[in-house]
Design a protein around this ligand. Structure first.
Ligand SMILES: [Zn+2]
Length: 351
């Protein structure tokens, strides 16, 4: 994918700590205040439905959360199809809920498999292989109808290539008022996802998750035997416990590579569709031009450690990663990506 680079650089001396909610609010006001006002005004009377398209772990949930922080959690809701399917799994174990579900499906399901067979497979928890598109559509419709008056950011649909074209007719199928629908497309290099997984560290006691490269704890340890630095859990109850790599994380993206390639194909397919506005977000920009487009503090910092006189020193500098074409890139923090999202939303909605 080759998405345009969005300029969020202001070229002044203002600096923000984007991890701090208060400073983040100021940041958004400075970078896209007028656009936020336009969207807030629009959302008083209108909504839209957006399909979040991008690889697994590309930050869809994070960007959604930040957008709802800016525009109001009562206005914006992230709807994960994966979570929805898992919730159905437990719903069918409850007699009253199961009855409601079946009643809803009797009215709304249109598909080629008999409803009785689908309900039977839901009941036997054999849901993974036997949930046809038509059933997913009916279930999403049900979730959307529970959220009247809200913007829905739909995550995890379409799940495959066929559904990309299906999704264009989705609004009609769900009869979701007269609101526009939009593709929000997110491009993240494989390598960034790979590195995020490989640097992930977990506390075996409290399950807290941090990153040795991207989100270290306040205390760092050094293992003389392996000559490696490690994170020490910040939780008081964990007594300075060593955080460790989760089993399988050393493989990085390998176990999910097929899925990521499919997600990428969906993104490419979606890009060729006419008739739906597309918002294009990129997480990484070439390092040699990065400073022309973004302010230094908008780049994701990477951390490394050195030992000096028996003390461990933390070094912070922009994190540089090769993208899928081998170009050295910086990775953006979530906030500048959300600025690009907000500005493009105003264009897509023509407000
Ligand atoms: Zn812990």
């Amino acid at each position: 994918m080759n998405f345009p680079i969005y300029r969020t650089k202001m070229g002044d001396d203002k600096k923000f700590n984007l991890a701090d909610p208060k400073e983040r609010e100021e940041y958004f006001k400075l970078k896209c205040g007028p656009e936020i006002e336009k969207l807030r005004e629009y959302l008083k009377e209108n909504t839209f439905i957006a399909y979040l398209l991008g690889k697994k772990n590309s930050g869809k949930g994070t960007y959604s959360k930040m957008l709802s922080e800016v525009l109001g959690a009562d206005k914006i809701e992230h709807l994960s199809v994966g979570d929805m399917v898992r919730a159905i799994d437990s719903e069918v174990q409850d007699e009253a809920k199961k009855k409601d579900l079946i009643e809803f499906l009797e009215k709304n399901y249109r598909g080629f498999y008999p409803l009785e067979d689908l309900v039977a497979s839901l009941l036997s928890r054999d849901t993974k292989k036997l949930l046809p598109d038509e059933l997913i559509l009916a279930l999403v419709k049900r979730e959307i109808s529970k959220r009247k008056g809200k913007v829905i950011l739909l995550d995890g649909f379409p799940r495959n290539m066929d559904q990309v074209s299906t999704s264009l007719f989705f609004r009609d199928l769900v009869d979701y008022r007269e609101d526009p629908d939009i593709f929000i497309m997110i491009d993240v290099p494989m390598n960034i996802i790979n590195e995020r997984i490989k640097w992930r560290r977990i506390c075996p006691k409290c399950n807290a998750s941090r990153s040795l490269k991207l989100l270290p704890t306040s205390k760092i340890g050094y293992d003389e035997a392996t000559k490696e630095f490690y994170l020490i859990c910040d939780e008081a109850g964990c007594d300075g416990g060593k955080m460790v790599m989760k089993e399988g994380d050393e493989k990085g993206i390998e176990p999910i590579r097929e899925r990521l390639v499919m997600d990428e194909e969906i993104l490419k397919k979606a890009d060729t569709l006419y008739g739906i506005p597309k918002i294009k977000l990129r997480n990484a920009i070439p390092a040699d031009v990065a400073r022309d487009y973004v302010d230094e503090y908008e780049m994701t910092p990477g951390y490394s450690f050195v030992q000096e006189n028996g003390e461990i020193k933390t070094i912070e500098e922009p994190w540089i990663v090769a993208d899928d074409e081998g170009v050295q890139c910086v990775s953006l923090q979530a906030a500048p990506v959300v600025v690009a999202l907000i500005k493009q939303l105003v264009e897509a909605l023509k407000i």
